[in-house]
Design a binder for this molecule. Structure first.
Ligand code: URA
Length: 247
């Protein structure tokens, strides 16, 4: 008996039940009981507690409107532009960086400086264009002098990143560097330990932590490891029907 018949037999209106689940923040249900017991499904790791998903809005445009001329944290004082994010709103792959640097702050677009040029090369080497993927950051305003984003700034901005991910519903997120990885996976483990394996974000999106392109510019020898991580991402994307060159 399939799931629908089972639910109907015990008197559950499937359509309303799914609408209810969506309303309380549950975007997907496991295909069967075996899948539900998925704490280490195909080796993907879990870390930390799930927080409640933010209330969802319909589109990236309406989310950007909701963000408005944001003054929710102190980073607004030094910014030129809010760097919301850019790319394909239906992307199967999302890159999340740390926060805008000087070039990004001036142009209002993520990853356009030197580190961004390296990220673009990585995306192209995957057989993709920037416009195929979505690119954004943990914090949307430039930290002064490119310092690390502080916990209160990350916490204030995080609901917007979570909503972006909820709207795009990618299959894979590449977390670029310590802050993106630790924020998405909810851990304080260092990036060198985290990188190279998948973790779950909200039980539905695989997160691959890897080195930040700015770090790779300073540490050329780490590029090989980063490319190993990206190859795993490519293999995962292929399982979702994305056609990519062999590597
Ligand atoms: N570094 C980041 O983390 N994000 C950007 O957008 C640019 C540089």
């Amino acid at each position: 008996m399939d799931r629908r018949n089972r639910y109907e037999e015990i008197g559950i209106d499937v359509k309303n039940y799914l609408a209810y689940l969506r309303e309380v923040g549950i975007e997907s249900i496991p295909a069967n009981n075996k899948d539900h017991d998925s704490s280490t499904m195909d080796g993907t790791k879990r870390h930390g507690e799930e927080s409640k998903p933010p209330q969802s809005v319909q589109t990236l445009e309406s989310l950007r409107e909701k963000l408005g001329d944001c003054k929710r944290c102190k980073l607004h004082k030094g910014r030129t532009h809010i760097v919301f994010g850019i790319g394909n709103p239906h992307a199967k792959l999302v890159f999340v960086g740390e926060g805008p640097g000087r070039d990004e702050d001036l142009q209002g677009e993520p990853f356009v400086g030197r580190a961004g040029q390296l990220l673009t090369k990585i995306i192209n080497a995957m057989g993709l264009k920037r416009s195929d993927v979505y690119i954004c950051n943990v914090v949307k305003c430039r930290p002064p002098g490119n310092r690390n984003p502080e916990q209160d700034e990350i916490a204030t901005c995080l609901p917007f990143l979570e909503e972006q991910i909820g709207i795009i519903r990618p299959k894979v997120i590449v977390a670029l560097g310590t802050h993106a990885a630790q924020t998405l996976i909810k851990t304080d483990t260092r990036i060198s330990t985290l990188r190279g394996q998948f973790y779950w974000y909200r039980e539905s999106v695989k997160v691959m932590p890897t080195y930040h392109p700015a770090y790779l510019l300073r540490n050329e020898s780490k590029k090989k490891e980063a490319w190993e991580d990206i190859k795993k991402v490519m293999a995962e994307l292929r399982t979702h029907g994305v056609h990519l060159p062999s590597n």
